[in-house]
Write a protein that binds this ligand. Sequence first.
Ligand code: PLP
Length: 415
Amino acid sequence: MTTQAALSLFDVLSIRRDFPILHQEINGKPLAFLDSAASSQKPRQVIDCLEDYYRRYNANVHRGVYKLSEQATFAYERARGKVARFVNARSPKEVIFTRNATESINLVARSWGDANLREGDRILLSVMEHHANLIPWQMLAQRTGAQLDFVRVDGEGRLVMEDVDRLLTEKTRLVAITHQSNVLGTINPIQELALRAHSFGALMLVDAAQSVPHMPVDVQTLDVDFLAFSGHKMCAPTGIGVLWGRRSLLEAMPPFLGGGSMIKTVDLHTATYADVPARFEAGTPAIAEAIALGEAVDYLQRLGLATIYQHEHELTAYALERLSAIEGLTIYGPKTTEMRGGSISFTLDMVHPHDIAALLDSDGVAVRAGHHCCQPLHTLLDVPATTRASFYLYNTQEEIDRLAIGLERTQKLFA
Ligand code: PLP
C-alpha cells in the first residue's frame, strides 16, 4: 500500500471512537487531550482485553499445571512474541517485561553497569535526557567511579554531533541517548550514534519511551544493544514496560532483582539463575498488563506505525505553524518537522507555564507544564519550566486550533 493510500485509510474520527475517555466534557468543553507524551489514552480493545483476562483466565503464570494458569502463561508469552516482532527482535527471549522504561534503564545500569564498569570508564549521555536516562547513570557513576560526559544541543535543539566525536574515546563503555526528546521533540540519529559508539567498542542504549509509540522502530536496523520503553505511552496500561537487549549481552548479565521465578535451583546459601528472560523477571509479573500491551501492539500495527507517524507529522507541522504566529511565544526545539516528533514545548512572555496550562484546562485543553523530568535541559534553556503540547494518533487539527486560540486569548489577557 502506498503512503497516500494508507493515509486515506487513516480515519481519525473513527479511531477516536475507540477511545471512550475522549468523549467527555472538561469544564463544560469537549476534552482535547494534548498530553500523550506523559501517558497515552487507551482504546476499548485494550480495556476489554484487561477485563477479559480478569473475567475469564486470571491465574499466575509459569507455575500452575491447570487450565487457567496455562491460558494465562500462553497469553503472557504470546504478548512477549508480539512485542519482539514489533521492534524486530531476533527472538522473544530478548524481550524482558519490566514496570516501565525507567525500570528497564535501571536494570541495565544495575546489572550490566555494576558488572562491567570501573573507575575511569566513561558513559556518554546528552543534555536532553529525561531523568530516567540520567539518574541511573549518575548512581552507577557514584558506585563505580565511572564518569559521565554530555553531548550538547544547538539552538535548534539538535545534538551537537561534533561533541560525539570529541567525547567518544576508548574509555567510553556506553552511549545512552534518547531516540526522541520528550521536551524538544527532536528525533536523534540513533543509527549513526550506534555506529560511532561501536567503533570505539562502546555499547548503545536507546531510551525509546517517546519513539516506539510513534514511529516504526527496528532494533536490527538501528543496530543498538539495549532499547527501553513504556507500555502506558503506547495505548497499553500502566505498570508494564520493556527492555529489549541483544541476547548475548543479556545472557552474560547477572540478575537485577532476586526472588521467585528467576532461579533454576536454590539451596540455603546459593542459587543458580534461570535463563533470559526469566532471569530478569523476579516475582509475579504484571500479567494482565503485559497481555494488554500485546493487544495495544496489535492495535497500533493494524493502523501501521508509518501511517501513525505521518498523521502526527502533519499535526506537528500544523501546530508549529499556528504556534509560531503567536506573539511572544517561544518554541524550544526544531521549528521544522524534519527529524522531529509531536512534542512541542514553549513559553509565552510574561505568563507562567502553569498559568497557561490552567487557562487551557478551563477550555478543556489538557497540556502539561513543568520541567517534564528534564531539569538540566531547562536549566540550559534558561527557563524554569515550559508548557508542552504533545500529539498522538487520536488528535485532530481542530484540537490544535483550540490550543492556538486558547494561547492567543492567554497572551491578550496577560499583555
Ligand atoms: N524517557 C523519556 C524520553 C520519557 O519521556 C519518559 C516519560 O515521560 C521516560 C523515559 C520514563 O518513562 P516512565 O515514567 O514510563 O518510566
